[in-house]
Design a binder for this molecule. Structure first.
Ligand code: GDP
Length: 331
């Protein structure tokens, strides 16, 4: 087993903003080892009173839209205001495969060197549920370490947007002008989740197309039901490369934060997210206990075969396995 610190060392290190200890604490909460889990739980309980005081900003968009370039420019803008920013990435494909947003090239090099910034990709080899759990806990650790803005980035595919939306206060969708929605793989549901849409690469020859896209998206957004936050989704243009439009997006987020704190939505949304977190945790733990159960492990292959061969209904096989599981845990 790798060397671990004491609970006190993790707690004090995080609270004093020590980035190395923060990193080690994140590694600890990502660990699947039983002893690590116990240690991580105590550390989290210790830092909990110091967490929560941040704005959590989810950012999504298809690969190539400019997420890492944008986050670097946006992060540098935030640090220029003497505020601390943490960037967490949720990458469900991060098994060093093609399409991974954490390709070998170092992303956000300039921001990574900034003493007011902290960048951490999600651990590879975890299920989406596992990544969700560790990211939620990582947000708390970063907040306790004094990070005032937490950016949670996800690549625009699959279920990860819903997951990030479920842990953000503000959700930003990056888009490109000129490419159809179909082409960008953006589903209506994702547009509906956004608190703001930013048309990136609005520079050079792209400028006019970007302005046109703003009115197109604004029209499309009118058709969506009003959000519970009472905040009307804004569409803006920006250039992450030329660092234009970045400060307007930050101002919009600040405006959103003030407005939703005032009307109570900010707190209500966090409460709902905490409830969702609790239920997710229960589901995940029960599922893990089921599949990690040694008797189930032995029985499952036979059941799978009989379902595959058509000898047993899926529901009947599932019920039989659940029965076996119930008996093992009530013993
Ligand atoms: P990601 O896959 O969404 O993280 O996208 P990247 O940040 O890696 O950017 C993809 C490509 O688009 C890179 O070659 C960037 O230099 C370029 N890019 C990003 N933002 C802009 C922008 O605002 N304007 C222009 N012209 N190019 C950009």
């Amino acid at each position: 087993m790798r060397h671990r610190l004491t609970v006190e060392a993790y707690t004090q290190g995080i609270l004093s903003g020590d980035r190395i200890i923060l990193s080690r604490a994140i590694t600890l909460i990502e660990s699947k080892l039983r002893n690590d889990k116990i240690l991580a739980k105590t550390v989290l309980e210790n830092i909990l009173p110091n967490s929560g005081k941040s704005i959590r900003v989810g950012i999504t968009g298809v690969p190539g839209v400019g997420k890492s370039t944008f986050i670097e420019a946006f992060g540098k803008h935030i640090t220029s205001l003497k505020k601390k920013v943490a960037v967490l990435t949720i990458d469900p494909s991060s098994k060093k495969t093609a399409g991974s947003i954490l390709a070998d090239k170092t992303r956000m090099e300039e921001l990574a060197r900034d003493p007011l910034a902290f960048i951490r990709p999600s651990a590879s080899g975890l299920s989406l549920g596992g990544v969700a759990r560790s990211t939620r806990e990582t947000i708390l650790l970063c907040e306790a370490a004094g990070y005032e803005i937490i950016i949670i980035e996800t690549v625009g595919v699959g279920q990860s947007e819903t997951l990030v939306k479920g842990m953000s206060d503000f959700f930003l969708l990056l888009m490109l002008a000129g490419a159809g929605d179909e082409l960008q793989g953006i589903k209506k549901g994702i547009m509906e989740m956004a608190d703001a849409v930013a048309i990136n690469k609005a520079d050079g020859a792209n400028e006019t197309a970007a302005e046109l896209a703003v009115s197109e998206y604004q029209n499309a957004l009118h058709l969506f039901p009003k959000s519970d936050s009472d905040f009307i989704t804004k569409v803006l243009t920006c250039s992450a490369l030329e660092k234009f439009g970045i400060s307007s997006i930050w101002e919009l987020i600040t405006e959103y934060q003030e407005a939703t704190i005032k009307n109570g939505y900010f707190q209500k949304n966090r409460q709902a997210q905490n409830l969702e977190w609790m239920h997710d945790y229960i589901r995940q733990t029960l599922e893990d206990q089921f599949y990690e159960n040694s008797i189930i492990k032995k029985a499952i292959a036979t059941s799978e075969n009989s379902v595959k061969e058509g000898n047993e209904l899926p529901v009947a096989a599932a019920e039989r396995l659940l029965d076996i599981f119930r008996k093992t845990i009530t013993k």
